[in-house]
Structures are given as C-alpha cells and as structure tokens.
Write a protein that binds this ligand. Sequence first.
Ligand code: NAP
Length: 239
Amino acid sequence: MSNEERVVLALGGTGTVGSGLVKALLDRGFKVAVISRDKSKLEKLKGFVSPSTTCNLTTLVGNIGSEEEAENVKQTLLNSVGKITDVVSSLGFSWWQRGPPHTQPLKELLWVIETLLFSTFVSWKTFFPLVRDDPNCTYTFITGGAAEKLLMPGTGFLNVGSASTLAFCQILREEYPEIPCKLNQVKINTGVGTSEHMGPGYLNHVELGEAVAALVERKDKSHTVYNINCPADLKTVIL
Ligand SMILES: NC(=O)c1ccc[n+]([C@@H]2O[C@H](COP(=O)([O-])OP(=O)(O)OC[C@H]3O[C@@H](n4cnc5c(N)ncnc54)[C@H](OP(=O)(O)O)[C@@H]3O)[C@@H](O)[C@H]2O)c1
C-alpha cells in the first residue's frame, strides 16, 4: 500500500510534537487526520503545513479524552476519510513546573493525569480497534522520558504523569503480545521545540516528525521502544 493510500490519525496533532509530525507525514504523501478541542489550533496547523499538502489534511473538533465524544468524533472521521490505517498518539502537554507536591491541590494532579494518561487511554480504546487486526496498520505512542528523576525543582507532577503513560504503553505490549498491528513507542528523553523555540540538546519537532513518519512508513517492527536522547539518535535509533 502506498503512502497516498494510507490515512494517519495524528492524536495531539496540534501540539509541539504533533504539528511537526503532521507536516512530515503530509510531505511524505500520507493523508492525515487531526482531532482537537480547539478550532483555532486546527486553523493554525493548516497554516503551518506545506501549502500543497493541505488538501490531504482532515481536521475535526472533538475531545478524545471523553469516551462519548471520542466515539462520536470517530464516526464523523470514518464518514469523512473512510479508513484509518495508522495512528500516532502524542497527547499531553509540553511542560509543567507549578511547584513541589506539598504546594499542589489534588485538582492539579487530576489535570496532569487526565491530560497525559486518561486522554491516551480513552483514545487508544476508541481508535485501536480500527487498526488492531491488520498487519499493514500501525499504532505509535510518542511519550516523554521524565518518569525516573526530577528534571528540576517544581516539576514533580511531570514525572508522575510521564510515569503513568510509560506504564500504560508497557502493559499494552505485555497484554497484547501477538496482535497483527505494529504497536511501537518513541520515548523522548529530551526537549522538543519548534524552530523559534529551541533549547540546548532539543529535537526540532519537524525533524522528529520526519523520523517518526519514516517509522510509520516502514511498519517493519512491533512492540519496540525507540529511546531518543539527543538529535543524533533520530538517525541512529530510528532511521
Ligand atoms: N515538548 C517536549 O519538550 C516534549 C519532550 C518529550 C516528550 N514530549 C511528549 O510529547 C507529548 C506531546 O507533547 P507536546 O509538547 O506536543 O504537548 P502540547 O504542545 O501541549 O500538545 C498537546 C497535544 O495533546 C492534545 N490533547 C491533550 N488532551 C487532549 C484531549 N482530551 N482531547 C484532544 N486532544 C488532547 C492537545 O490537543 P488540543 O488541540 O485539543 O489542545 C495537543 O495537540 C507528551 O506526551 C509529552 O510528554 C514532549
């Protein structure tokens, strides 16, 4: 199946990580669908991708963190694009630094878990059945690697959220060891930025997107975790 015949659902496609991926996928000839809670972010995304590829980008408004809304938006999506062949999930947030745990209300922890874990779980439960039984299909998670140690003072809940997503991806590999769909994870242990907002050692989001798009295109491995610690790893680990 050529890239032109494949439709990738980019969950989190309006984000820092997701927008680079959407651009790279479209540039490789894939059709891409993006769901966002915010119409203005979808408009911004349309302005960011290569102009000649916007005709291959489908955008929908919806909250894939809610079971009911995710199910509704899935039906609208399928009516619009027909079939989904690939899913890439990069849901969550870029950064959290609101202070040490004793200063935080429970509501803050709930927001962190809701944004990083619940949205990842609900969307996986909704969209995985579309690709699960087909060896030509892929489901790829892009996660952070902050679970193991405090990155800097006041960022602790980032670790909690990151750990929950990592654990979720791990149990999927173990609970579904033999599914035909290629189930993979790209674990990023550094920052990701746009050309305008880069830090030392950061990955450029479009370069990251190009590497992930190549992985989706190849669909050769499953149940693999690709650990990315620095920009050079995009070539050595993925490409
Ligand atoms: N940025 C980094 O430096 C970095 C580094 C390593 C790993 N990562 C990982 O990459 C992932 C994405 O990070 P990011 O920097 O791209 O974050 P971001 O710019 O804040 O984007 C987050 C994305 O998640 C989506 N989202 C969250 N909850 C949703 C929901 N309920 N329904 C629909 N969409 C929802 C947002 O969509 P809406 O349009 O609806 O808001 C947005 O597209 C995270 O898991 C993060 O751990 C990021």
